[in-house]
Design a protein around this ligand. Structure first.
Ligand code: ZN
Length: 164
């Protein structure tokens, strides 16, 4: 088996995956189009990336990712209530919707809508999957060496990847 036929840092990998919760609920899936990512560039959660290292095309893996290797442990952080009026009127605000907020220092961070009630939006500063064990069913669809440009950018280009 040559080094180029197994997943390693710098490989551009296309995977199909289904993500379920420990209760067996479907959280996310790649659907019809495989997801392309650059291995070793933090494009996907660390636990999944580690499990895929050394795999080859056609491999199917079942991977259980702990919160620590997924979206982090859930900490006891209070939700932030923000008046609905602070959001654009036409914005769609549903539980799980992600927004980017900028603090006074210009630092941009993501927040997620936890709930909408009585003219207020409750925002969660933690990823909705923080504290959740992730069950991935993954199959490796294709594999190639990343180009110099892709390695420089830290993500794949072309179909399934970034377009720019
Ligand atoms: Zn790029």
């Amino acid at each position: 088996m040559s080094a180029n036929s197994t997943i390693q840092d710098g490989s551009v990998v296309a995977i199909r995956y289904t993500l379920t919760s420990p209760e067996g609920e479907l959280i996310d899936s790649s659907g019809d189009e495989a997801l392309e990512y650059l291995h070793g560039a933090d494009n996907i959660v660390p636990g999944l990336e580690n499990a895929l290292g050394g795999a080859k095309v056609g491999d199917e893996l079942e991977v259980v990712v702990s919160p620590e290797e997924g979206y982090g442990p859930r900490e006891d952080v209070e939700l932030q209530a923000v008046p609905r009026d602070n959001f654009p009127e036409d914005a769609e605000i549903l539980p799980g919707t992600q927004f980017l907020v900028e603090d006074d220092e210009g630092q941009v961070s993501p927040v997620w809508v936890a709930a909408v009630e009585e003219g207020q939006v409750l925002l969660d500063l933690q990823h909705p999957l923080a504290g959740v064990s992730l069950n991935f069913q993954v199959s490796v669809v294709s594999l190639r060496a990343g180009t110099e440009e892709e390695l420089e950018h830290g993500h794949p280009h072309g179909p399934g990847g970034h377009h720019h």
